[in-house]
Design a protein around this ligand. Structure first.
Ligand SMILES: [Ca+2]
Ligand SMILES: [Ca+2]
Length: 183
């Protein structure tokens, strides 16, 4: 059993006389301030993500890839969800990587297959970057909002590097990962 934090109050304060309020859908929130519960490293990765204080969107801690300078490698973490209803996944991120060659890919896997995040899922506040084939690369600070369908869902965060060259801190960071019912 995962020790997830359960977000409360998703129904808001309004009640309607004679109407049964909808059952709250448990949410997920992880700010990495005290642990990384909910996230796990696939056995296939040699570079598990790590809690770090090298950046935080809020608080002091975030979660970061660990394959700096390691050409032709991937650093992967994943979050497994069993969603009662359509949900919205949001998280803050920072990336410093070799633009167009090393970067962050987010993959959503369900019983019907896998899709990657899209440029339209991403809001970037600053940086010089590019988004191609599901990989965000270069320098970027921003946030993502990704729609999820009900059911068993695995969200995979992969920092992938090509065969040569590294730029800057060569890392992807995430913080404030939240999953909440869409409506
Ligand atoms: Ca944090
Ligand atoms: Ca590279």
């Amino acid at each position: 059993m995962r020790a997830w934090k359960i977000a409360g109050g998703l129904c808001g304060g309004a009640t309607f006389e004679g109407v049964v309020p909808p059952t709250p859908t448990p949410g997920f929130f992880q700010d990495f301030e005290t642990n990384s519960d909910g996230f796990e490293a696939p056995s296939s990765t040699s570079y598990p993500w790590v809690r770090t204080q090298t950046w935080a969107a809020s608080g002091s801690w975030s979660y970061a890839s660990s394959n700096q300078q390691m050409n032709s490698s991937t650093s992967t973490t994943r979050l497994t969800l069993n969603l009662q209803s359509s949900s919205l996944l949001t998280f803050d991120f920072k990336i410093i990587s070799e633009q167009s060659y090393d970067g962050l890919m987010v993959t959503i896997t369900t019983s019907t297959g896998s899709t990657t995040w899209q440029r339209s899922d991403v809001t970037i506040d600053s940086g010089t970057n590019s988004f191609s084939s599901g990989m965000l690369s270069g320098t970027a600070i921003g946030r993502a909002s990704i729609n999820l369908q009900a059911g068993e869902t695995i969200v995979t965060f992969t920092y992938q590097k090509d065969g040569s060259q590294s730029t800057g801190e060569d890392t992807a960071w995430i913080d404030n990962v939240r999953v909440a019912a869409s409506s």
